[in-house]
Design a protein around this ligand. Structure first.
Ligand code: G1P
Length: 282
């Protein structure tokens, strides 16, 4: 199985931080967002990863490349732990890149992967969404995909006020946490939404999706929407992930993810807890 990570968006929800750097490179605690995403794919057993990039995204390629000067410096100054950490980033997986030439939406970005995918099922992990769970989220999805032998996407129950930010599914629960999808709609109003089950940025898709992407007109925001193409799929399932999902493009969620992840790190946990306690007293 290969993974596709779309990382071509302009990050307009996070300006000015994303004016001159990709949102996928914004750090969450001590690592860039996209490193968490690649690590999730790798820990789910996937080591062939295609990142869909675009203009201004060069630092993503640099991050996963070797950095000889830095390695030389760390080796000579005896910073062995940092050296091992830096080397591990470039050895993690086989990472390939293709550019989306125009900002035409998530569906269009996925269609840039058609050649690389070459007719097999594949995983999609949105480059601005990170997850925290005991079993890696993509691995959880893969288990459901192999069980039902059909495209499976991650879903999550969201409160009414967040509905307009997501693709929303209509479906019937057929077993614990698994829904058979009957329809879906991209960024509906609360009134239009068929449920509170939102699509959360992890997908296992069969290659039939590429034909549907080619056949659909632009949808919400004038963009080719992946959700509109998925509506046309023969059979699809939704799986409620066990774990937490953070959409980094949203500033509050980005902050929350940094704090929650830092609170799990032994080296800063104590100091941060004290600080938060003090802060909340006022
Ligand atoms: C995209 C998808 C949407 C999904 C969301 C999850 O929207 O189009 O269906 O619910 O990701 O984060 P975006 O956040 O790119 O606007």
């Amino acid at each position: 199985m290969k993974a596709v990570i779309p990382a071509a968006g302009l990050g307009t929800r996070f300006l000015p931080a994303t004016k001159a750097q990709p949102k996928e490179m914004l750090p969450v605690f001590n690592k860039p967002t996209i490193q968490y995403v690649v690590e999730e794919a790798v820990s789910s057993g996937i080591d062939d990863i295609l990142i869909i990039t675009g203009k201004g995204k060069r630092s993503i390629e640099d991050h996963f490349d070797r950095s000889f000067e830095l390695e030389y410096f760390l080796r000579n100054s005896g910073k062995t732990n940092s050296l091992l950490e830096i080397e591990a980033i470039s050895d993690m997986a086989d990472i390939y890149y293709v550019r989306q030439k125009q900002q035409k939406g998530l569906g269009d970005a996925i269609s840039c992967a058609k050649k690389h995918i070459d007719g097999d099922p594949f995983a999609v992990l949105l480059g601005d969404t990170i997850t925290q769970s005991n079993i890696p989220c993509t691995k959880q999805l893969l288990e459901t995909f192999y069980k039902y032998e059909s495209s499976t996407i991650a879903i999550e129950m969201v409160p009414d006020e967040r509905i307009e930010r997501y693709g929303i599914i209509k479906g019937t629960e057929i077993s614990n946490s698994v829904y058979k999808i009957e329809d879906m709609v991209e960024k509906p109003t609360l009134k239009e939404a068929p449920s509170n089950l939102a699509i959360t940025g992890r997908y296992i898709l069969v290659p039939e999706i590429f034909d549907h992407i080619e056949s659909i007109p632009p949808g919400v925001g004038g963009e080719i929407q992946l959700t509109d193409a998925m509506r046309l799929m023969n059979e699809m399932y939704g799986y409620v992930l066990e774990g937490k999902v953070y959409d980094i493009g949203n500033t509050v969620e980005w902050l929350k993810s940094s704090i929650e992840i830092a609170l799990k790190d032994e080296s800063v946990k104590y100091e941060l807890k004290q600080y938060l306690k003090e802060l909340l007293k006022d």
